[in-house]
Design a protein. Sequence first.
Length: 286
Amino acid sequence: MLRETVEWLAIRPDGVYLDCTCGLGGHTGEIARLLTSGFVIANDRDAQSLEMARANTADVADRIRFYQGPFSSLRSALASAGVERVSALLADLGVSRYQLTDADRGFSMMAEGPLDMRMDRSQPLTAADIVNFSSEKDIADLIYRLGEERRSRRIAQAIVRARPIQSTLHLAQVIERVAPRIGRIHPATQTFMALRLAVNGELDELDTLLELLPDLVSGGGRVLVISFMSLEDRKVKQSFQALARSGRAKVLTRHVITPSDEEIARNPASRSAKLRVIEMSQGNGS
């Protein structure tokens, strides 16, 4: 939803924008190309993604400030760029296509790779640590809570019995043996999603981002969040509604925005994307 995102940001040529999830620089580059005296703070947890984003946006390098860190360090990102608040903020949640397609990162159940799943590879905890050393109950609870997987107990039992599990395909096969495929969705999908969320603390980081919004975005500035999972979208919707009730923001998207049929045909991975937008109240700072 690149076109819709750029339109909803209402970009001013002299504005300062925060792309919380730079990825490979797609949104960052599009925003920067619309600026003259303004700039983009491009943040991401993944150092490798940031390096590729630098290369992909080399034509507008003078309008971008790169910063590596989770959502919880965004105040530091703004401080390093010399600003108090930004004109608008964008967060495109989840993993990037690069992370999913690079087997060595361990996010995909479709290719052989290590059970890693870290967005920031300097952190110690990996998916292999959770799978091989957590209790059966803890694994079942994690899969049920974060993956919304009803077969969590059966899957957790199979995982514990198959230990040690060191690769993505091994884990996917273990799950498929006890949770047969229904339809086109691979039976390991929700378990892999739950492990990724746990490894990276994504929901906690999202909670922190939503709490920080009034401190990060100027009055009249917009906040755009693109989510791909119901757990995330519920958090975003509830937070935006709470900000609106308190008078600190106005919800601009009365109904969630989803990709067009044309975009889904061109990029099937976008089919579950949901975009929500708020505008911070004028009294929220300059």
